[in-house]
Write a protein that binds this ligand. Structure first.
Ligand SMILES: *[C@@H]1O[C@H](CO)[C@@H](O)[C@H](O)[C@H]1NC(C)=O
Ligand SMILES: *[C@@H]1O[C@H](CO)[C@@H](O)[C@H](O)[C@H]1NC(C)=O
Ligand SMILES: *[C@@H]1O[C@H](CO)[C@@H](O)[C@H](O)[C@H]1NC(C)=O
Ligand SMILES: *[C@@H]1O[C@H](CO)[C@@H](O)[C@H](O)[C@H]1NC(C)=O
Length: 532
């Protein structure tokens, strides 16, 4: 579509400066998650896409060799103006003097870091003041978050002109671990779908992809050491993640300041492992209804641990993050109880018929294996509940909704860091606006000392895959997960439901504009998006 000629008229453009953007309950720009401090002035700058630059500032320690930032500069230019390019002829009116040149100068206080981590500094400050927008960050991770915020400040006024108000923003996250759990075992998710999810995560300032990569139903992870695991355990030969796929996901995530934490859940949830690894699972006896049925990983065989040692050695090299998630949830004991070899072993060890002790025996060995690879472990809450002796720093993820605050109290009282997921099981769906329930959670609302509260490192929104594949993952996740994103990033006092509704509605439209099929919160429509 051609720009109407009158858009070229400088006088009209000048007049545009007084146009108010669409009124809203919040009044400010649709920032999501809301930064720690935001001041927006009435002074509006009209941007010229052809005269808009994002550059390293002169004093920035990270230079053009920081490909992570170079990529981000390109990406955010597209997010800001891309929509314009699809819908309008390349603007010829750019020489019009009324459009301000804007240079976004990014000043980093350190070199370009390789991988994000739990203690990555994501803070930044942003000052937009003609003719410069100055984005300052200690680390590249903060620069990425600041670019996202900058892009959210730009809006199109009612004449379609890209506009940003002079603003001052200071920002940093409330919790360092802000994750999304995806499940690629119940249904395989194409790499493309995972990458789109990483895009959306960056729009919401999430920084951890918890990749529940294998489970009972299928084993899509292609291991170099044990290729038969996915050869036999995946849904089909095309439902696998090759080493190259995994590298691609990790790199795409890194570029967005997102850690990838793989979960290899054992000793339960392992039916698919048994297909490619003989003698790994416990043969169940005394179950006349099922021939050749298998239970959890067999904890009494030495071969189990030599397998796990080799397997996790590979995992520790493939995934750069310091943490590996070991699962440990929902271990059923009936199969172990039916097996005479296990009974004999337990008698020798003096465990009697206490299967928790057997599970602890397995867990201790596995934790030692992980420690020997110099990684730290994350486990589901049951591992703590059965009384396993955990290495200091082992992170416990709380998922059971029942009395979860009490559970968090107990775990932090024992000195272990916690990730909260219990109130954020997004696979559970209902009629209406369940994002409100997620939003109203206060993660630190458990009885504890300040020291204990410091051990709550964050949370994760979990989208289990029983009823989710590539067709519905995105709308089921967004914008519902956005509510969790703001809860984990923004300050405790950011709780206004009407303000959140207003910003989230517009943030959702922005995600749609950026190609994320986020579902609507309620009735209404998106501006600048005729087709939705
Ligand atoms: C941005 O500037 C315009 C023009 O002065 C003003 O009408 C609008 O209220 C400002 N936006 C905010 C969020 O202050
Ligand atoms: C760069 O650093 C020099 C010396 O510290 C200082 O004088 C100058 O103002 C800085 N420039 C910018 C753009 O921050
Ligand atoms: C398993 O390993 C333990 C400890 O190294 C050893 O004592 C035991 O004999 C081994 N069992 C078998 C069946 O090899
Ligand atoms: C683990 O870290 C220690 C100390 O940094 C180092 O000596 C050792 O080689 C590392 N081991 C592995 C398996 O990377």
């Amino acid at each position: 579509m051609e720009r109407p000629l009158w858009m070229l008229c400088p006088l009209l453009l000048l007049a545009l400066g007084t146009q108010a953007p669409t009124a809203s309950a919040w009044g400010g720009p649709p920032l999501w998650p809301l930064p720690v401090s935001v001041q927006v002035s009435l002074s509006a700058l009209h941007l010229d896409p052809g005269n808009f630059y994002i550059r390293h500032g002169p004093n920035s320690t990270a230079g053009p060799s920081c490909s992570l930032l170079q990529e981000a500069f390109r990406r955010y230019y597209e997010y800001i103006f891309g929509f314009h390019k699809w819908h309008h002829h390349p603007a010829k009116f750019q020489d019009g003097t009324q459009l301000q040149q804007l240079l976004v100068s990014v000043v980093l206080e350190s070199e370009c870091d390789a991988f994000p981590s739990l203690d990555s500094d994501e803070s930044y400050s942003l000052i937009v003041k003609e003719p410069l927008a100055l984005l300052k960050a200690n680390k590249v991770w903060g620069a990425l978050r600041g670019l996202e915020t900058f892009s959210q400040l730009v809006y199109q006024d009612s004449y379609g002109t890209f506009t940003i108000n002079e603003s001052t923003i200071t920002d940093y996250p409330r919790f360092p671990h802000r994750g999304i759990l995806i499940d690629t075992s119940r249904h395989y998710l194409p790499v493309k779908t995972i990458l789109r999810t990483l895009d959306a995560m960056a729009f919401n300032k999430f920084n951890v992809l918890h990749w529940h990569i294998v489970d009972d139903q299928s084993f899509p992870y292609q291991s170099v050491t044990f290729p038969q695991l996915s050869d036999k355990g995946s849904y089909s030969f095309s439902h696998v993640y090759t080493p190259n796929d995994v590298r691609m996901v990790i790199e795409y995530a890194r570029m967005r300041g997102i850690r990838v934490i793989p979960e290899f859940d054992t000793p339960g949830h392992t039916q698919s492992w048994g297909k490619g690894q003989k003698d790994l699972l416990t043969p169940c006896h005394k179950d006349p209804t099922q021939q050749n049925s298998f239970g959890p990983i067999n904890p009494v065989l030495n071969t189990t641990y030599s397998f796990l040692t080799k397997f996790f050695k590979e995992i520790s090299k493939v995934f750069p993050d310091k943490y590996v998630h070991l699962g440990g949830d929902e271990v059923e004991y009936w199969c172990w109880a039916s097996n005479p070899d296990i009974e004999k072993f337990m008698k020798e060890k003096g465990f009697g018929r206490d299967f928790k002790q057997l599970e602890c025996f397995y867990t201790h060995k596995l934790l030692d294996i992980i420690a020997s690879t110099n990684k730290s472990s994350i486990v589901w809450q049951e591992v703590f509940d059965i009384g396993a002796k955990l290495q200091p720093g082992t992170v416990v993820q709380v998922w059971k909704e029942d009395m979860y605050n009490k559970e968090v109290s107990q775990i932090t009282d024992a000195g272990f860091p916690v990730i909260l997921s219990a109130p954020w099981y997004l696979d559970v769906i209902s009629y209406g606006q369940d994002w409100r329930t997620y939003y109203q959670v206060e993660p630190l609302n458990f009885p504890a000392s300040q020291q204990q509260k410091n051990l709550l490192i964050g949370g994760e929104a979990c989208l289990w895959g029983e009823y989710v594949d590539a067709t519905n993952l995105t709308p089921r996740l967004w914008p519902r997960a956005s509510a969790v994103g703001e809860r984990l990033w923004s300050q405790k006092n950011v709780r206004s439901m009407s303000g959140a509704y207003d910003r989230l509605t517009r943030h959702r439209c922005r995600m749609v504009r950026r190609g994320i099929a986020a579902e609507p919160l309620f009735t209404g429509y998106c501006e600048n998006e005729n087709k939705i």
